[in-house]
Design a protein around this ligand. Sequence first.
Ligand SMILES: Cc1ncc(C[n+]2csc(CCOP(=O)(O)OP(=O)(O)O)c2C)c(N)n1
Length: 513
Amino acid sequence: MKGYEALKASIKELDISPAFGNPGTTELPMLRGIDQYYLTLHDSIAVGMADGYSQYSLKPSLVNLHSVPGVGNSIAFIHTSLKNRAPIIITAGQQDTRHAVYEPLLYGELTDMVNGVVKMRYEVRHSNDIPIIMRKAKAIALTPPMGPVFISFPMDIMDEDAEYLPRQYAYRIPNLIDEDAVDYIANALDAAENPALVMGYEIDAFNAFKEAEELADALGCPVYAEPLAHRSPFNSNSKRFAGDLLPGSTLINMKLLTHDLILIIGGGITLYPYLPSPLLPGKRIISVGFDVDPRLGETFIMNPRMFMKEAAKKITHKCNYVREDDLLYMNRVVRSRAVMGIDYVMHEARKVFQDFTVVDESISYSPIVRSVMGYGHNKYFTAKSGQLGWALSASLGISIVEKRLLTMVGDGSFMYSVQGLWTAAKYKLPLKIIVLSNGGYNILKSYAKSYYPELETADYLNIEAKITDIAKGFGIEAETAGKDLQELKWLYEGEDPKLLLINMDRTVQKMFL
Ligand SMILES: Cc1ncc(C[n+]2csc(CCOP(=O)(O)OP(=O)(O)O)c2C)c(N)n1
């Protein structure tokens, strides 16, 4: 057996397909070992595609990048996959080791390039090591908090003789539970006067919605979503759901002012922009999950689903929080109809795409997209890093396993990975894309309005592009919505990839303090 055949055997043994990539000559030796391959027309899109696929299916997938140029082009996406806790195995071809000493074309220190953005990095030195490092790579990618790993494959090693010793491979999400810690936390909840729950992405990643609601009902207290959750943190239809925390320290402090104990489960606190107040002064904060943050307070590493199941049996009911109805909702919808505001657009979009999974990069519209479309298992995804271009790329990957998928992107965001449309057309991936067009970088204008008013009208914050023509150029059907948004039904029909452009109100709202 040769090195590339050992790679093939490992991929089969570990069930880590498909592969997403953009190849070069350095990858051709290893590509003989990879069967199921999706081509993307920018290297980084392959990483986003794998990220979406693997987060949705909780199954590692492969990325194949082209040595220094491909890895370099993809660093922001790899960083996003680390933040997103996406279990992906990133590979790249490396120059032939027999002349590496001359630093030939395409040669570079690949493992140094990915330093800080992956959980493990390794350059294969001997073909016998391929199956061994692949086993380790999968295990590390899947160990919570999950994330990307990187392996570099020098060209010549793929044609060396390789030994492959088959092994039985098993992986289970750890059912870790610490009974003493559960008692300790249950006592803390009992001693608290007015506790609050903050839940994060692990509720979705480990499908713990039932246990989360049972715990919230047992306590009777409100559940807030962690700020900028990148996937669903709670069932938003529950009467205990108190909405998203915003990512500013002052705003969080105000929201949680009346609570003395904050129990964070399966997530954390993401901040932006900087606000001068310290975070949650005087509060007792306890975090539970696989991905806990000791900067916030006491931490306990446990499977969050198992923890909630056990804790719900031990605590006493103490509050009776029930979310108030949003009585002004229809008022906002009607008022925004005249100007094509986001409340109207989302009200109409929800009627058609209610039970779809949403991939969101709508930026300034995101708080409303989240609240109208709602949270549930595998129902909402966005990038945790703030990087643009992710949503279209991730949607390509998710659409391999989920046909009912709606991608909501801003016109600015759309342009970062626009050639992803080619991949959608080539593989007939059932994308339904809504581009919310306001002619520029609205969030930057809004930020400027609050902090740097002289920049609000800067011309470089405006962008105009013929988005429907661009989509058609890649072979995607595209329409522009009229005032009554009838085209949403057209977008819904069939399984071909389609794009709908909605020309939005261009007023710059004051979104920041
Ligand atoms: C890769 C990358 N480049 C630049 C930015 C900075 N950035 C953040 S939001 C934004 C504008 C997004 O515009 P759009 O998608 O149209 O949404 P809008 O703000 O108009 O709602 C930019 C350029 C970023 N986050 N990521």
